[in-house]
Ligand binder design. Structure first.
Ligand code: SF4
Ligand code: SF4
Length: 188
């Protein structure tokens, strides 16, 4: 784990942007550490989630957006449920990831590749097409054989389907994406 450096200039507009987009008030955090104590991924983070909160209060934009933690967060929401100040910490982590993505600061490229494959599958079929998502991820990430050994086992239990299955209303799902993309273009 890296130790935090709060000496860079405070980026007040970044703090405001995260607060506005997440609807949360980071200044309420008093560094009790409950979120980090419950986070199942802390061991893999470069900065535990409570330190991300401290960095955010200090407006350390570059450190946060270049961190691995915001990409490795699994959005399990344990931090949110444990926070005595009722801060939706997981939503803040989501918001940070969205801003990092927008600014093309992707410290964990494979994770972004997986998100992209997942979202594109839902947009196309209205639901997740597991095999297609996995193949897209494997090809784009270069990890060609990832989970290849699991395929036959899972399929033999009829858990996933080889061919995609659409849902009724998949056009409406695609429209949700379009609305979001339009909104993102307008508001940055
Ligand atoms: S939502 Fe992310 S930061 Fe919060 S506990 Fe889960 S993995 Fe950790
Ligand atoms: S649990 Fe809440 S108050 Fe405590 S360190 Fe985490 S964000 Fe801050």
């Amino acid at each position: 784990m890296d130790s935090i450096n709060l000496s860079n200039k405070t980026d007040w507009s970044f703090i405001e942007e995260v607060a506005e987009k997440s609807g949360q008030n980071p200044s309420l955090c008093y560094q009790c550490g409950n979120c980090t104590a419950g986070c199942p991924y802390s061991h893999f983070f470069d900065y535990p989630v409570s330190q991300i909160m401290r960095l955010l209060q200090a407006g350390q934009k570059d450190t946060i957006l270049n961190s691995k933690a915001i990409w490795l967060c699994a959005t399990c929401e344990t931090c949110t449920t444990r926070c005595p100040c009722e801060i939706d910490v997981a939503h803040i982590m989501d918001t940070l990831r969205i801003i990092a993505r927008r600014e093309n600061r992707v410290s964990e490229k494979d994770i972004k590749t997986f998100y992209d494959a997942f979202l594109s599958s839902v947009k196309q079929f209205g639901r997740l097409y597991e095999v297609g998502t996995l193949l897209t991820y494997n090809l784009k990430s270069g990890n060609i054989m990832t989970d290849a050994d699991l395929g036959p086992k899972v399929m033999s239990h009829n858990k996933i389907h080889f061919f995609p299955r659409s849902i009724k209303g998949k056009d409406q799902v695609a429209k949700i994406y379009e609305r979001y993309q339009d909104k993102a273009k307008k508001h940055g």
